[in-house]
Design a protein around this ligand. Structure first.
Ligand SMILES: [Zn+2]
Length: 131
């Protein structure tokens, strides 16, 4: 991953963080409400809009847990940007597509699924179950 890529994901993380903070403790917008995502369909915003749809559909993801994961990812970028985008279990690069949808991912899909099987009640379940 190039420094430019890291900047891209940092921007994604920061906008998601700003949105979550602006939302306060309001419930996640239901998938079919549409209005919010339809507003920003330009190319730059597409990954973010798509990400928000996935987030909206995962009703068990709480705002607090999400903010926590975003903060962890931002910390990693600040302290060790070379490590960002690598799986914390197997050290392989996490697929770009996965990071575009969930820039706070710390596991590749294979390791996320493995953890899911081994520890289905783990605290990170909600953050790693996107396939
Ligand atoms: Zn892995």
């Amino acid at each position: 991953m190039t420094p430019k890529d890291v900047e891209f994901f940092k921007a994604l993380l920061l906008s998601r963080q700003a949105e979550l903070r602006a939302e306060g403790d309001v419930e996640v917008v239901p998938e079919n409400s549409g209005a919010d995502t339809a507003r920003r369909v330009d190319e730059d915003a597409a990954p973010l809009a798509e990400m928000n749809q996935i987030i909206a559909s995962k009703r068990n993801v709480t705002r607090t847990q999400q903010l926590e994961a975003i903060l962890e990812a931002l910390d990693l970028i600040a302290e060790d940007p070379d490590e960002y985008g690598h799986c914390e279990d197997c050290s392989k690069e996490i697929k770009r597509r996965r990071l575009e949808l969930m820039p706070w991912s710390t596991l590749c899909i294979a390791c996320a699924e493995k953890r899911e099987r081994e520890n289905p009640r783990g605290r990170r379940r909600h953050l790693t179950d996107y396939k």
